[in-house]
Every structure is written in structure tokens, then in C-alpha cells.
Write a protein that binds this ligand. Structure first.
Ligand code: FAD
Length: 515
């Protein structure tokens, strides 16, 4: 009790001496003293993210050393008779719109579990007959999961393009990449979870046990609980990867070939590539490192000639180089729209392929271009709208207005690889295309890119393309209702069940006020 009063007083003083942070005092559980921080450095670290656009200060940061610490923090707020505080899990803070922030609440620095926790929190189990899996702490980075599982010749099956993201962070969204067409998003490759709910209860859940919580949490934007363990599907992996890029100047041919490449015949994975994505090239000064130096001038002239060059990116994992050539030949036999002679390939290790974006990160960090604003927009575009989207967004909004430097991803995936019982929201069509507008800007001009993003959203609304935002943010209750569509009522019911006091993941949009 004495310590509780001490902490209570501490926060009052903090707000008065005013690092300008806490606008009211909060009382925190005495057992956590020592792991609760409110010094300016801790507050600053918890008030920023990869977006570098939004900054809101929490009252305090918890650096948990165990899952019990997280339970204690949440149940203390839940049982509080006075004002409860909000709680946001912060994974690696690679959100772009403050999703892991909590204004005047408490941010849980999940990475502390890695540093301060006892024992390994990546445990590989299973066998060939019943399948392999890894029990992984929600705070673990996917790169660490990969390195640990590779020691046993195993690997998760579904990825994000970049691996320095936490398991809890990507499972709260979906986790997509070039494997999704084949294996589904990361949330579709989880067997079981441990979750601390908004009541402070630690619950194990799976499709058979506490299934409502399991499906709520996957893609649930951190609204229903903090993931402290996930059981991730693994499979034996191959050692090497043949990695190709194939260039197109015609959108119809590009999208037709993309879809034919991933079209599955029967239930087998054998006839589709291990990985398939697509990108746009619009800037003659773009990074063409993947392509041989001797061909870069030819590619630059193509970009200048056509304005937009699209490329399909394919990867096939292999152990035996004689079979991979045959597999690729078979995969490519139906591709006929690419620019003759513009198919390029690289051969890398499995680890280097999956960790490819980290190489770019190191280069950008060295140039001081990593910790800068990222006004990103990620959409899921239904197949019925992709031609209008190409004309209205790629050709008009981007090209005509000179937004050519951004990295734009565009590739198809299937609805039937997603589980509709989960909270993640996708368009209501069998095939849809993630469209990622991954801009970097200076600190004083991110609004220019954000305005461009708003124009893209307005274009879709005007022309009736029923996109869904991925990793998005919405300003009003109406926008959230529109986002969740037919899932809104379920979402509300689950929130009332698992986080009745609306403590979790307040986000900067004051999400809890909208439900
Ligand atoms: P944070 O940003 O820390 O948190 C994100 C959200 O999850 C917050 O709401 C937070 O409260 C919640 N959360 C965090 N941990 C937990 C937990 N343990 N339990 C419950 N909720 C939790 N996404 C893709 O799908 N595919 C990609 O290829 C991809 N590439 C990316 C590349 C880069 C360079 C970057 C910066 C992002 C990329 N993303 C991609 C987006 C990324 O998956 C999400 O932003 C993800 O949330 C980041 O994980 P994080 O650990 O940084 O989460």
C-alpha cells in the first residue's frame, strides 16, 4: 500500500513538473515498481513509431520481465474503482500511425520480455507425422524465430517482407507477403495462443478451446488481449531460393500472368510458386540493384518510354538445382505477356531471401533515411476494381502528379486462404490485390504524400471500388463501422466480452470511444 501511494504521488509530481506528458495522475500496481518507467527517455521511446508522424505520450511504460507482470498491470486497471488506465502493447513499433501508443495510459514494452524474461521463448516441437510447430513469445521478432527454427531445418510457412517485426504485432494485423496466395496470411498459420485479456486473465485459446477469443485476437488490432505466446506452424525448409523478376509494360498482361501464376490446380501447392509478388517501377532513378548493371540502361529507357513498368517477383525454394529449373519452366509455361528478354534471376540462401529487406534497411540507416516519416497507405483492392485502380491511381494520381519515387507493391491473393471467423478484414471478392504505397518523406513534407493517399481513398470511394485498408487508421466511428462492414457487430460483442472496460490498444484515434 505504501509503495502504491508512492507511485501515485510520483505521477502527480511528474505531471506538474511537466515533461508535458501526463495530464492526470494514475495509480499503478505496487508490485511492478522497478519495471514501470516514466523518465523522459522511456516516455519518448514509447511515443514514436516507424511512421514518425504521430507522437503521443503515455503516462508510463512497463518493461515486463514476465507474463505475470502484464496480467498484474491489466487486472489492476480493470479492477480499479477510480479511473482505469489504458494499456497498449508495443512490439517493435513498426506501425506508421501510432497504433501501439496510449495517450496518458501505459505502454507495455514487449521487447523487454526478450531481454528480461527467463529462458528461451522460442521452443520447437512436433514431428513429421503430426507436423512441426514453435511456441513463440508474442514479443519475439520473426527474424529470431527464423534463426532458431532453421537450426532444426524448419521454418514458419507464411511471412512478412520484413522480419524485424514482432509475432504479436503482425498477428494483430494479418502478416502478408508473397507466400499468402499459397499458405494464407500469418494469422492462418497459428494453432494456439496465450492471451492476457482486457480483464487481466491469461487464457489459452485455439480453434477448439476458447475459440471466440482465438478468432477475435487474430487480426484484432490488439483490441481483445495481449498475445504472450503463439504456436506457429512450421515445415521442413529448403536451403536455397531461385528469385526472379519479370518485366511488363502492359497492366492487363501483368495482372493476367500474376493470377495465372498463382492459380491453384487442385489442393496441391506443387503448381504454384513458393512466393509471388508484384511491384511498379516509375522512377528512372529508382534502385535497380537486383538487375545486372549492363541491363539497367535498357530498363531505364523502358520506364521513360512507358511511364510505368510492372514486374512480377517470383521465388522458388529448392535443394536440388536440377529440379528447380524444371519447376520454374513448368510454372512459367503459361506466362506470355512479359517483355521478351526482360526476365532476371538471382540465386540466394533461404535466409538471405527472407531477410532481403534488412539489407535495404542497413543501407537506408547509413544514409539517415530510415528514421524519417513514412506516410504509408496499404489497401486491399478487389479484383473487379483493378483496371480502374491502375488508370485512376497508378497512371493519374501517381504518374501525372510525379509521385514516382514511392515503392508500390501490387499482387493478388485469394479470399479462401483467409479465415472469415478472424477479426482481419478483407474485400468481399474471391481475388483481391494488396496495394502498398510505401512512401518515405522529409519531416516537413509528409502531408504532401498523405494528401496523395487521401486522394487515392477518395478516388476509390467515388468510383465505387470497395477497398479495405490494411494497417490503416480511421478518424471516426462511421469509418470504423464501414471498415468492419458485416463484422462490426461481432467486433463490438467481442470487445464487450474480452475488454469490457475498453482498456486495450486505445490507439491515437481513441478507438475505445468509437465502439
Ligand atoms: P507494433 O507496431 O509495435 O504494434 C502494432 C499493433 O499490434 C499495435 O496495435 C499494438 O498494440 C499491437 N500489438 C503489438 N504486440 C502485441 C501483442 N503481443 N499482442 C497484441 N497486440 C499487440 N506487414 C505485413 O503484413 N507484411 C509486410 O510485408 C510488412 N512489411 C513491413 C515492412 C516494414 C519496413 C514495416 C515498417 C512494416 C511492415 N509491415 C508489414 C507492417 C507490420 O506488420 C505491422 O506494422 C506490425 O504491426 C508491426 O509489428 P510490430 O511488432 O512493430 O508492432
Amino acid at each position: 500500500m505504501a509503495i502504491s501511494i508512492q507511485i501515485f504521488i510520483y505521477f502527480i509530481i511528474f505531471s506538474i513538473t511537466g515533461y508535458g506528458i501526463s495530464t492526470w495522475a494514475i495509480s499503478l500496481p505496487p508490485q511492478l515498481s522497478g519495471r514501470i518507467h516514466s523518465d523522459p527517455d522511456a516516455i519518448k521511446a514509447a511515443s514514436t513509431d516507424y511512421g514518425h508522424i504521430i507522437s503521443v505520450n503515455p503516462a508510463a511504460v512497463l518493461s515486463p520481465s514476465s507474463v505475470d507482470d502484464i496480467k498484474t498491470l491489466i487486472s489492476f486497471s480493470f479492477k480499479s474503482n477510480s479511473t482505469p488506465y489504458t494499456v497498449a502493447a508495443k512490439g517493435n513499433a513498426h506501425s506508421t500511425w501510432g497504433q501501439a501508443m496510449a495517450a496518458s495510459g501505459v505502454v507495455v514494452d514487449m521487447l523487454s520480455l526478450k531481454k528480461n524474461g527467463n529462458g528461451s521463448r522460442i521452443i520447437v516441437s512436433g514431428n513429421k507425422g503430426s507436423g512441426f510447430y514453435a511456441d513463440v513469445g508474442g514479443e519475439q521478432l520473426w527474424i529470431d524465430v527464423l534463426n532458431e527454427t532453421l537450426k532444426q531445418g524448419l521454418s514458419p510457412v507464411s511471412w512478412t517482407d520484413y522480419l524485424y517485426l514482432t509475432v504479436g504485432g503482425t498477428l494483430s494485423n494479418a502478416g502478408i507477403s508473397g507466400q499468402t496466395h499459397r499458405r494464407g496470411p500469418q494469422i492462418a498459420n497459428v494453432k494456439e495462443l496465450d492471451v492476457v485479456t482486457g480483464k487481466g486473465d491469461l487464457v489459452t485459446c485455439s480453434p477448439r478451446q476458447n475459440s471466440e477469443l482465438f478468432f477475435a485476437v487474430l487480426g484484432g488490432l490488439g483490441q481483445f488481449g495481449i498475445i504472450t505466446r503463439a504456436r506457429i506452424v512450421l515445415e521442413p525448409t529448403k536451403k536455397r531460393v531461385r528469385w526472379l523478376r519479370i518485366l511488363y509494360n502492359d497492366f492487363a498482361a501483368f495482372s493476367k500472368d500474376q493470377e495465372s501464376l498463382i492459380a491453384m490446380t487442385g489442393a496441391s501447392y506443387q503448381n504454384v510458386p513458393d512466393y509471388a509478388e508484384g511491384q511498379l517501377l516509375m522512377d528512372p532513378n529508382t534502385n535497380l540493384d537486383f538487375f545486372p548493371p549492363s541491363d539497367r540502361p535498357k530498363i531505364i529507357s523502358l520506364i521513360k518510354q512507358y511511364g510505368i513498368i510492372y514486374f512480377i517477383e517470383v521465388a522458388e525454394y529448392y535443394d536440388d538445382s536440377s529440379t528447380v529449373d524444371k519447376e520454374l519452366k513448368c510454372l512459367f509455361k503459361n506466362l506470355n505477356g512479359f517483355i521478351p528478354g526482360f526476365m532476371y534471376e538471382a540465386d540466394v540462401t533461404y535466409l538471405d531471401f527472407l531477410n532481403r529487406v534488412h539489407r535495404d534497411e542497413l543501407v537506408l540507416r547509413e544514409k539517415g533515411l530510415w528514421e524519417i516519416p513514412h506516410p504509408w497507405l496499404n489497401l486491399f483492392v478487389p479484383k473487379s476494381g483493378i483496371f480502374d485502380f491502375n488508370n485512376g491511381v497508378f497512371k493519374d494520381i501517381l504518374l501525372k502528379n510525379n509521385f514516382t519515387s514511392s515503392l508500390v507493391l501490387f499482387y493478388p491473393m485469394f479470399r479462401n486462404k483467409w479465415d472469415d471467423r478472424m477479426s482481419a478484414v478483407i474485400p468481399d471478392e474471391d481475388v483481391f490485390y494488396p496495394a502498398g504505397f510505401l512512401d518515405s518523406s522529409g519531416f516537413d513534407n509528409w502531408q504532401v504524400f498523405d494528401n496523395k493517399n487521401k486522394e487515392i481513398l477518395q478516388f476509390c470511394a467515388r468510383t465505387g471500388i470497395k477497398i479495405k485498408q490494411y494497417l490503416g487508421h480511421h478518424g471516426s466511428k462511421e469509418e470504423w463501422i464501414d471498415h468492419f462492414g458485416s463484422k462490426w457487430n461481432t467486433f463490438k460483442q467481442r470487445k464487450a466480452q474480452f475488454d469490457p472496460k475498453m482498456l486495450l490498444s486505445p490507439r491515437t484515434e481513441n478507438f475505445q470511444l468509437t465502439v
